[in-house]
Design a protein around this ligand. Structure first.
Ligand SMILES: Cc1cc2nc3c(=O)[nH]c(=O)nc-3n(C[C@H](O)[C@H](O)[C@H](O)COP(=O)(O)O)c2cc1C
Length: 236
């Protein structure tokens, strides 16, 4: 066997592999911190859009409860964030999905204050048709901001619907499916907070909670409202 035979070659290969692994581990260690910081900044930016920074003084990203309440929140798993001010409850931030958008599920972030009033709603992901259903996106129109300040009972329960269905929220020209799905999802999120908010607030941070009950079905629209298409309440 010569000095340049199979054993030294295998050793050289092994050494190269070890060196590569060490380099990768080094790069990972160096970038882990900055990546985590960037992720945290992005999460705080997203939170800031629905939850004004002046409304809380804790770290909502660290004060979370993992909730399984698919019938209420439209998704299998939702990590709820709890915002507190001087130790007291300030707001819950809920990731919510409207499962029945025109193009598929519509993801939302909904912030609800301790009195059950909406602080902000934003669409975080959707596949609605550009020019028809995408006015739910805050970059396209201010439609989604109309939820701010609303609560269950304001408007009354049977008016939590698009105008076409006898409710208080505008639909879009030629596109009722999308805004209807969003209105219903936001109303369900408020219903969840009313039914289970206390349980969420009293759960230990980082815990998992499961809620298997379901919200009441939305009231059927009045026949005359559903049958008679009109321009009233259409946002162009
Ligand atoms: C190609 C295509 C894309 C559509 N995209 C949407 C949409 O994104 N959102 C929506 O609500 N309706 C969309 N619609 C219209 C719906 O099929 C439905 O007619 C409408 O939502 C009902 O609203 P209207 O009662 O005001 O007509 C689309 C229709 C077509 C043909």
């Amino acid at each position: 066997m010569s000095a340049g035979g199979p054993l030294p070659a295998a050793l050289r290969l092994g050494a190269a592999a070890l060196l590569a692994a060490a380099l990768l581990a080094g790069v990972h260690a160096l970038t882990r911190g900055p990546i985590a910081a960037a992720e945290r900044r992005a999460a705080l930016d997203a939170l800031g859009i629905v939850l004004p920074a002046r409304t809380y003084d804790n770290d909502p990203l660290a004060d979370t409860v993992d909730v399984q309440a698919p019938a209420w929140l439209g998704r299998g798993h939702a990590r709820l964030q709890r915002a507190r001010l001087r130790g007291g409850p300030a707001a819950l931030v809920l990731p919510v999905t409207a499962p029945d958008g025109y193009g598929g599920p519509i993801d939302l972030l909904v912030a609800v204050d301790a009195g059950g009033r909406i602080l902000g709603v934003r669409v975080t992901a959707h596949r609605e048709t550009p020019g028809l259903g995408d006015d739910i996106d805050a970059r396209r129109s201010d439609w989604i901001t109309r939820f701010t300040g609303r609560a269950l009972g304001d408007p009354p329960e049977d008016r939590w619907a698009v105008r076409r269905d006898g409710g208080d929220f505008d639909q879009f020209a030629g596109a009722t499916v999308t805004p209807r799905a969003v209105v219903e999802a936001v109303q369900r999120a408020l219903g969840f907070v009313r039914a289970h908010g206390e349980a969420v607030w009293s759960a230990p941070a980082g815990s998992r909670q499961r809620f298997d009950d379901a919200p009441p079905a939305p009231a059927a629209p009045p026949a005359e409202a559903a049958d008679a298409p009109t321009d009233e309440g259409v946002r162009r």
